[in-house]
Design a protein around this ligand. Structure first.
Ligand SMILES: [Zn+2]
Length: 705
């Protein structure tokens, strides 16, 4: 492994056409911030850069709809986003924006160098054009049906449902987002980046040299590379963006995904005169934190650009997270199904760390995950407050009560096995936390810390210093045992402060205050040490680290979420108000005799995530006649599924078959094997089972709707 001299950490540039929601935080800002704070605690040379992405079509559309200029749109949301990031404690060294001068110059020069080197293909093609608004339709100006998953609202650049990268020509039944008109074709000239020329480089660089990348990232890259890459236009017909710096390009700007990642370079330039060290020296470790919808841009297109340009280092890792759903449903800003960070901060003042905790503990590191308000409350009340906070509080209260408010002495001659065991646990926890963060496994690291505080509670419960105190003053050994217990608990508390600091920085500061020590104690080299607090040092009174979150607060948030949904749907309901039925979904009960289950609402059906997969391995489960253990390839990951079909199929006969699975079914253990999903089967009147599958070979991971 390379010995890196410096670190450059980036977090995805949020798009400045709306406020930040907690999915953004869970996707890349919390993990990147944890990673950077951990590096800083080790005194590493690290720069953490980010900024708002302020170009591209959604911004011009929003401006048009609101009747303001694109600049007004980005000014408004850049300020809101920046404020939310600051308040939740995302510790960027610089948070810039792509509409500023340095960025325009940097991106323009980047394009010019590639142009001068002859790396673009200049092509005149026929493109979709909206005659009503006189606009060429690219990216989000055009919608239609996704050819991969049949989502009827896929955009010209990407389907947000299945994540496929698209071009407008691939859309079925395209229409203009601006006027809803059916577009015509018209000639226009653009500069294309021939990504296929970089396939050999990408194949080696990712598939051979970066096998350590997360499975979801590596898998997505592999699937794109296996399909083969194509030339992609790097310019657009628009007035909002960075002008294409070549002659004959009037009315054209750089494609937003060409300019946005260069924003990391521009931001570093703004931050430090030594920016080139971070971007050009091979001993820099560049890490991009992103959400899964950005994988293709950060792992394929941007590295190909960097390689083509030639002056820059490539990312060492791109630890992308999957999506965070809310209360079982995908985040949708248009339906207002989201938890907005600025609103959270106002509704839960002083609880910044609670959100950081929940979003890390529940982070979608390997698969989509769900945020629920109930889980938020549970994690606060039964993990942060009852385990971590409780341990620290008990330690301080008892130290004041039984040891005069000072760090008691450690009587080595009186140490018992139980003391030695807990002291060892501190060292183990510290090295495990380091290892997990280094591997981008932030959830595991956090669980390790909570587990250490759980062990602290258990240790104190077994030592019972308050019972020993009843033997005082007659029994001098009792005081020694009390001293040992609280000495160890205090050193453990100091370690908890160091370990939790990257995750919950405000909590760590409160703990420092209680221990009356300075920031220096949080240096990572102190993690695992046992003499952090000196004997005889007097400490402050405890303060409550985490308050209980009440049922009423949670109910209010759920009501708010649902009210937002009603508000977002209001225009549609208004249209329907003219019809006779006051209830748009009349309740019809279907007689059970037809064999059909009671009616459900669409929303209930939509909670199921059905995906196409291929069985890649099958074997009988020992001592279970009916069960087969299957491995199903979903494209983005492989699943183990236990299925009760062994009486109907030979294991060897079904390998290679495509199937449809319920991908978001809660895991279930069968005969000691965890089954992650369920295979859909048709059962006829005779009880014979048949697979349900697409009528022709379909990409693994395709959605079934
Ligand atoms: Zn799709």
């Amino acid at each position: 492994m390379t010995d890196f001299k410096r670190y450059l950490v980036t977090a995805a540039l949020p798009y400045a056409n709306g406020p930040l929601h907690i999915g953004h935080l869970a996707g890349c800002y919390i993990p990147s911030d944890i990673y950077v704070r951990w590096l800083r605690a080790q005194k590493k040379d690290v720069k953490f850069v980010g900024g708002s992405d302020e170009h591209g079509v959604p911004i011009t559309i929003r401006a048009m709809k609101e009747g303001v200029s694109p600049q007004q749109v980005v000014d408004k949301y850049h300020a809101i986003i920046k404020d939310s990031l600051t308040r939740i404690g995302i510790s960027f060294d610089i948070y810039s924006r792509t509409s500023n001068k340095v960025h325009h110059e940097t991106a323009s020069a980047f394009f010019k160098k590639m142009y001068d080197d002859g790396l673009f293909e200049e092509k005149e093609t026929e493109q979709y054009y909206d005659e009503k608004t006189k606009t060429f339709l690219a990216d989000r100006y055009i919608t239609g049906t996704c050819p991969v998953c049949s989502n009827s609202n896929a955009y010209g650049d990407q389907c947000e449902r299945c994540g496929s990268v698209l071009s407008p020509e691939q859309l079925i039944n395209p229409r203009s987002t601006l006027s809803d008109a059916i577009p015509i074709k018209k000639k226009t000239k653009h500069w294309y980046f021939p990504l296929q020329n970089y396939e050999p480089f990408l194949n080696k660089w990712i598939l051979e040299d970066h096998k350590e990348w997360k499975n979801n990232v590596y898998g997505q890259c592999k699937s794109w590379l296996d399909k083969g890459l194509q030339s992609r236009a790097m310019t657009r017909d628009s007035n909002w963006g960075i002008k294409v710096p070549v002659t004959g390009a009037e009315g054209k700007v750089l494609y937003v995904w060409f300019d946005a990642p260069i924003g990391y370079i521009s931001a570093t330039k703004e931050l430090t005169e030594k920016w080139a060290d971070y971007w050009r020296k091979e001993d820099t470790k560049l890490v991009h934190f992103i959400g899964k919808d950005n994988i293709v841009f950060h792992c394929i297109i941007f590295p190909a650009m960097l390689k083509a340009h030639g002056d820059f280092v490539l990312p060492d890792n791109v630890p992308a997270n999957e999506f965070l759903n809310i209360e079982g449903d995908k985040v949708s800003t248009s339906r207002n199904w989201a938890v907005w960070v600025d609103e959270y901060l106002n509704d839960f003042p002083g609880c910044e760390d609670v959100l950081r905790y929940v979003l890390c503990a529940n982070a979608p590191e390997t698969k989509d995950n769900d945020f629920t308000w109930k889980d938020f409350q549970d994690r606060n009340n039964s993990e942060l407050a009852s385990i971590f906070g409780n341990f620290v509080n008990r330690t301080f209260v008892l130290m004041h009560k039984l040891c005069g408010g000072k760090v008691p002495k450690l009587h080595e001659d009186m140490l018992q096995q139980i003391d030695l065991t807990i002291m060892e646990s501190i060292g183990h926890a510290a090295s495990n936390v380091s290892r997990f963060i280094n591997e981008y496994k932030f959830r595991d690291a956090l669980f390790e810390i909570i587990d250490l505080s759980r062990k602290g509670n258990k240790y104190m419960q077994e030592m019972e210093p308050w019972i020993k105190a009843k033997k005082l003053p007659g029994d001098p050994d009792a005081q020694k045992l009390i001293d040992n217990c609280l000495h160890i608990c205090l050193q453990l508390t100091a370690n908890l402060a160091i370990l939790i600091n990257p995750f919950l920085p405000t909590t760590a500061q409160k703990m420092l205050q209680m221990m009356k020590v300075v920031d220096k104690m949080l240096d990572w080299e102190n993690a695992g040490k046992l003499k952090l607090l000196s004997v005889g040092y007097s400490l402050r009174e405890p303060q409550i680290l985490f308050r209980k979150i009440e049922d009423a607060e949670i109910a209010a948030q759920i009501d708010k979420l649902k009210a937002g949904l009603v508000k977002a749907n209001a225009p549609n309901q208004k249209q329907e108000a003219g019809t006779a039925s006051p209830d748009p979904t009349p309740q019809i009960s279907i007689p059970m005799a037809t064999g059909i289950k009671p009616q459900v609402q669409y929303d209930d059906f939509a909670k199921l995530d059905l995906k196409v997969g291929t069985i890649t391995a099958a074997e009988k489960v020992e001592k279970a006649d009916k069960l087969l253990k299957l491995e199903v390839d979903l494209g983005f990951e492989k699943r183990t599924i236990v299925s009760g079909i062994a009486l109907h199929f030979q294991a060897s006969a079904i390998i290679g078959r495509q199937v449809v699975i319920v991908a978001n079914l809660a895991p279930r253990k069968m005969r000691g094997i965890e089954s992650n999903g369920m295979i859909l089967m048709a059962e006829d009147g005779d009880g014979k089972l048949k697979f349900v599958n697409p009528d022709e070979a379909t990409a693994n991971g395709s959605s079934v709707n």
